[in-house]
Design a protein around this ligand. Structure first.
Ligand code: FAD
Ligand code: NAD
Length: 477
């Protein structure tokens, strides 16, 4: 007798495990299927985010930033140290321990919520049946009323730079270097490229980033992207725009990368090369030919605004469907789908998904950019406040960047908040909350903010929208 569930989730990343927990909380008999094995050879939940993505990359970013501060910034506070050194295996082991704690925590939550875990590969068959293939090849077929596909994404590979996870690595390999590379090449100046470049540059690596596009961070507000380029270049990242990689040659543990840019053909040699040119949906052997689930033209599972696929009762969420490839987007889609399966009305505000690049300073954004609004013909008023004028930022010796608030010129409603600066991820969330409640720039300006706090920069940027900032000269209107 096959078991029957209300909901079966395939994939236990931040989309899948959150959907499973939420479904169980709503009283649905729920199972989740996961095939990933962690470093210790055991099933590890949490997906890309916990195992080889958000969390491990931030662990390395935080370790390397502390090293950078000890090395470069302590003296300004009057602190002297002996020689500051970084033991890379200890840094990487700390990161692995954090991953272990968190993935273990998710397993405990799955159990505590009464979700049944199947270890193995899940495949959707016709008629909402799900086949699970265990590591030993044995299979079983489960019956369910609803299926949530949450199989996530994996790195895009490019023929001129085949990944060997030794000299040429993807984002996963780049989290496990055991020593500081002398020279590091990075293909792709996107989110992963900039975060991982920052880790190794802070530890003393000479980093060159090869970006195919002529424009730096094209999706980010232009003013912010320009500032980011200036700051990151000053930090030592060599960012080559319009650089098209044509081939690589690995020899004696080094890699020579051939590329063309506006000046013609060039070649550079590195100790390590990270390929970070985007991610693509994972759908390998996920859907039986007669499952009825359709894909979109880019290979993502096709879904509507509520994550319903072309088959009633089958949903898909997270990186395997359209939209931003972000953990919090995947999780919120998981919650929405679980609620809808339970018969509740639920929806998601896709216009207000914050995004953060965890460089230092952080780059964080929510809502629309000034260039996008101009292209749409929307008249806007803009307020900018630099951290150089923030007492809290000065006290912390962390004054690079600014907060930018964009408001509709007619209604004053906040349409975008963009931050480059210290704790930008936290500050932009305050903007997102204000926007969710339909705040005007004036509303934000009338709120009382703690002093001294970095969030005063958001307050002042909101006041600057109408030319009423206190702690900076206002632009003449
Ligand atoms: P995933 O996390 O990819 O999980 C999918 C799971 O499904 C995996 O565990 C996989 O093994 C399993 N699976 C797949 N197919 C099957 C199958 N057939 N049967 C059983 N199991 C299956 N996002 C952020 O928001 N913030 C960040 O700071 C951030 N940093 C990142 C850093 C790096 C280096 C990388 C690579 C990504 C980062 N991301 C970040 C992106 C984030 O990791 C993803 O958006 C998120 O993990 C997507 O969640 P998901 O549940 O859709 O898929
Ligand atoms: P990305 O799309 O952010 O950046 C890829 C970059 O590579 C782009 O600038 C693109 O123009 C460039 N590129 C593509 N092909 C190239 C080529 N052949 N040569 C040179 N450059 C090339 O992708 P990513 O950095 O790989 O990240 C993947 C996903 O993971 C993103 O969608 C992101 O949302 C997610 N992620 C998020 C975070 C975060 O939220 N902090 C961190 C890491 C990853």
């Amino acid at each position: 007798m096959s078991q029957k569930f209300d909901v079966i989730v395939i994939g236990a990343g931040p989309g899948g495990y959150v959907a499973a927990i939420k479904a169980a909380q709503l009283g649905l008999k729920t199972a989740v299927i996961e095939k990933y094995k962690g470093k210790e050879g055991k099933t590890a939940l949490g997906g890309t985010c916990l195992n080889v993505g958000c969390i491990p990359s931030k662990a390395l970013l935080d370790s390397s930033y502390k090293f950078h501060e000890a090395h470069e910034s302590f003296k300004i506070h009057g602190i002297s140290t002996g020689e500051v050194a970084m033991d890379v295996p200890t840094m990487v082991a700390r990161k692995d321990q954090i991953v272990k704690n968190l993935t273990g925590g998710v397993a405990a939550l799955i159990k505590a919520n009464g979700v049944t875990l199947f270890e193995g590969h899940g495949k959707l068959l016709a008629g909402k049946k799900v086949e699970v293939t265990a590591a030993d090849g044995s299979t079983q077929v489960l019956d369910t009323e609803n299926v949530i596909l949450a199989s996530g994404s994996k790195p895009v590979e490019i023929p001129p730079a085949p990944v060997d996870q030794d000299v040429i690595v993807d984002s996963t390999g780049a989290l496990d270097f055991q020593s500081v590379p002398g020279k590091l090449g990075v293909i792709g100046a996107g989110v992963i490229g900039l975060e991982l470049s920052s880790v190794w540059a802070r530890l003393g690596t000479e980093v060159t980033v090869l970006e195919a596009m002529d424009k730096f961070l094209p999706a980010v507000d232009e003013q912010v992207a320009k500032e980011a380029h200036k700051i990151l270049t000053k930090q030592g990242l060599k960012i080559l725009l319009g650089a098209r990689v044509t081939g690589t040659e690995v020899k004696d543990k080094q890699v020579t990368v051939k590329f063309t840019d506006a000046e013609g053909e060039k070649a550079l040699t590195f100790d390590k090369l990270i390929v970070a040119v985007g991610r693509r949906p994972v759908t390998t052997d996920l859907l039986a030919a007669d499952s009825g689930v359709t894909m979109d033209e880019r290979g993502f599972i096709y879904v509507d605004d509520y994550c319903a696929t072309s088959v009633p009762g089958v949903y898909a969420i997270g990186d395997v469907v359209r939209g931003a490839m972000l953990a919090h987007k995947a999780s919120e889609e998981g919650v929405m789908v679980a609620e809808r399966i339970a018969g509740h009305k639920a929806q998601m505000n896709y216009d207000l998904i914050p995004a953060v690049i965890y460089t230092h300073p952080e780059i964080a954004t929510v809502g629309k950019t000034e260039q996008a609004l101009k292209a749409e013909g929307v008249a806007v008023n803009v307020g900018v406040f630099p951290f150089a004028a923030s007492g809290r930022a000065m006290a912390a010796n962390d004054t690079a960047g600014f907060v930018k608030v964009i408001a509709d010129a007619k209604t004053d409603r906040v349409l975008g908040v963009h931050v480059i600066g210290p704790s930008a991820a936290e500050l932009v969330q305050q903007g997102a909350i204000a926007m969710e409640f339909g705040s005007s720039a004036e509303d934000l300006g009338m709120m009382v903010f703690s002093h001294p706090a970095l969030s005063e920069a958001l307050h002042e940027a909101a006041l600057a929208v109408s030319g009423h900032a206190i702690h900076i000269a206002n632009r003449k209107k």
